[in-house]
Ligand binder design. Structure first.
Ligand code: ASP
Length: 442
């Protein structure tokens, strides 16, 4: 049995958290490959080391005096090292002087940010007695800046075969010219997923500061229930609609290799957390639905034209007006003589005049209407397909909460129902649906 374990920034924010992490790793010998993030926030108003590094580098790159900012970063690490009683201060001092010189030589923002994980990796490896492997030696990007997954997996597999247990820092790799490149923010999740795929792990554990995914956003429903199991497809629907916790691009490598992912809580290691798998029986979850997510800030553009349904190529021309302006659409509910295109508000408004003009010239509609007050709520669940009356219950709950439904779109997969409401009604809608399916277990 082999597990790859990734620990997020809050799990490694200070010496105390490092101790919890080490206990988790030592309690299970199959936890052999460890991917750390950089130290995160120790308290809500704290600054993540990654953000300190970006800010410090920006000053250095402008030729400013970055000493004080740099020393604040050094202090974060020294505090951890002393708290753990590790005798590697000399080593870190050497590392910091290299980093400082590289900042002065303008080694790049990606290099700067990556040092957060790099240094944390050195400390954690030392503390655990594991081998440290610099991600720059095993994670490769191509000229186009995209991850070279096969090449990377090959290199990782070879390198990891030589060691019993290793720490591989998250978030970065190297370009063909040997410069450092990072993934997008939160990208240590991706590194963990790649390492899991490379070694053919049985499980990829992703340790964070919450006990997995919740059925909905705790900022809307206080103390929501956790999700026990979720399929990759459900997660994608929820993540796309705004559910955070796990980097979207981190799904692919593990999923492709058939490796389940377990989201766990470093501060409550006894909690089951959430299991993400390719497929799972719906009855593993106590509710018909798996999750509710959503976002505000959409616009509906409705195009009306008599006899639209019989006009060949009409839909294509409508979509072209958006495509030619570089706008991708979210949903497209349509009627006999109307078509509505739902798009992100900020993207649309930046191109509004040119889109409307294109619609007018290529489609000659009777009317174009723009509704700028649309929030979308996604109710997702693999159990919905088998359960009669799910949609009826969603809409009854919304009607009861006095929410006016603007749009309905049931995905063809029967995995989700998307409901458009006003921005103002968004929270009420989420609460109403949560209440009926989860609190009342209907
Ligand atoms: N430290 C990086 C960030 O803050 C990457 C990560 O934590 O996954 O985005």
């Amino acid at each position: 049995m082999t597990k790859v374990v990734k620990f997020g920034g809050s799990s490694l924010a200070d010496a105390n958290q490092f101790i919890k992490v080490a206990n988790i790793i030592r309690s299970d010998p199959s936890r052999r490959y460890v991917v750390p993030s950089a130290p995160g926030k120790r308290f809500p108003k704290d600054t993540k080391v990654t953000d300190m590094l970006y800010a410090c580098y920006d000053v250095a790159a402008r030729g400013g005096d970055f000493s004080a900012m740099f020393e604040a970063i050094v202090a974060r690490y020294m505090e951890i090292v002393r708290g753990l009683n590790l005798k590697i201060e000399d080593r870190l001092t050497r590392e910091f002087s290299t980093i400082r010189m590289s900042f002065m030589a303008r080694a790049g923002r990606d290099y700067a940010a990556s040092r957060g994980e790099y240094l944390n990796g050195i400390i954690l490896a030392e503390y655990l007695g594991f081998t440290f492997i610099d991600a720059a030696e095993v994670i490769f990007f191509g000229e186009d800046g995209k991850l070279r997954l096969n090449h990377t997996c090959g290199a990782l597999k070879e390198r990891l075969a030589e060691v019993k247990a290793a720490v591989i820092p998250g978030f970065y790799g190297s370009m063909p010219n040997d410069t450092v490149k990072t993934f997008s923010r939160g990208g240590s999740d991706i590194t963990g997923s790649i390492v899991a795929a490379a070694v053919g792990a049985d499980l990829y554990e992703n340790w964070t500061d919450v006990s997995g995914f919740f059925v909905t956003d705790p900022r809307i429903v206080p103390d929501p229930e956790p999700i026990k199991t979720i399929t990759y497809r459900e997660l994608r629907e929820l993540a796309y609609m705004g559910a955070g916790v796990f980097h979207e691009d981190a799904i692919f490598p593990a999923r492709q290799a058939g490796i389940p992912i377990n989201i766990k809580n470093t501060n409550r290691p006894g909690d089951d957390g959430t299991m993400i798998t390719e497929s799972a029986p719906a009855d593993l979850n106590p509710y018909v639905i798996t999750g509710i997510a959503g976002k505000k800030g959409f616009v509906t553009v409705t195009i009306e034209k008599d006899m639209m349904n019989s006009e060949l190529g009409f839909g294509r021309r409508v979509l072209e007006a958006f495509e030619n302006n570089g706008i991708s659409f979210e949903h497209m509910p349509s009627g006999i003589d109307t078509m509505s295109i739902i798009v992100h508000k900020d993207e649309f408004e930046a191109k509004e005049q040119s889109i409307i003009k294109a619609l007018q010239t290529t489609c000659s509609p009777d009317k174009i209407e723009v509704d700028r007050d649309v929030a979308l709520m996604a109710v997702v669940g693999r159990g919905m397909r088998a359960q009669r009356g799910t949609a009826a219950r969603i809409f009854a709950a919304l009607a009861h909460a006095k929410v006016n439904v603007k749009m309905i779109d049931q995905g063809s997969s029967e995995l989700n129902v998307i409901v458009g409401v006003t921005d103002e009604d968004f929270e009420t809608s989420v609460k109403a649906v949560y209440d009926i399916f989860v609190t009342q277990k209907l």
